[in-house]
Design a protein around this ligand. Structure first.
Ligand code: MG
Length: 159
């Protein structure tokens, strides 16, 4: 099979005193995502989608969340390395389709900036990176603004 798909999911708590990084962009907000790295939930979902497509395990396998080397690290570095692993296995990344799920802030004004950052980081065209956003209609931990979820699918092609 020359083309393969992968799926990624990630979630992080939202807490006071942390920055909110989404898709490689710092989003002004009263709460931010808690995590070992910069906790960029969207990038982590995309990493898992491309790694999964190439059957290269997951982000936690390659970048242990107990390793001091990755403490507060810019997740763009993890994404760059994930892309390198996928290409090293003989694949090129086709496209990404991702969805962020959080109650606030509004994500729409930031989407072009995220696409630009991810396009540069992944070395694929901006048009190949789709980012969507939705709320959880006030239900559950996302609805209570206690956390943020991200989902991503990736298509890769053997070259
Ligand atoms: Mg994560």
């Amino acid at each position: 099979m020359k083309i393969r798909v992968g799926f990624g999911f990630d979630t992080h708590q939202l807490v006071v005193g942390r920055e909110l990084w989404l898709g490689g962009v710092l989003i002004p907000n009263s709460v931010g995502a808690l995590g070992h790295s910069d906790a960029d939930v969207l990038i982590h979902a995309i990493c898992d989608a491309i790694l999964g497509a190439a059957n290269l395990r997951d982000i936690g396998f390659h970048f242990k969340n107990t390793d001091p080397q990755w403490k507060n690290i810019d997740s763009k570095i993890l994404l760059k390395e994930s892309c390198r692993l996928v290409r090293e296995k003989g694949f090129e990344i086709g496209n990404i389709d991702a969805t962020l799920c959080l109650e606030e802030p509004k994500i729409n004004p930031h989407i072009t900036k995220m696409q630009t950052a991810l396009s540069e980081c992944m070395q694929i065209e901006l048009d190949c990176i789709s980012i969507k956003a939705t709320t959880n209609e006030t239900m559950g931990y996302v609805g209570r603004k206690e956390g943020v979820n991200a989902y991503a699918v990736a298509l890769i092609e053997k070259i």
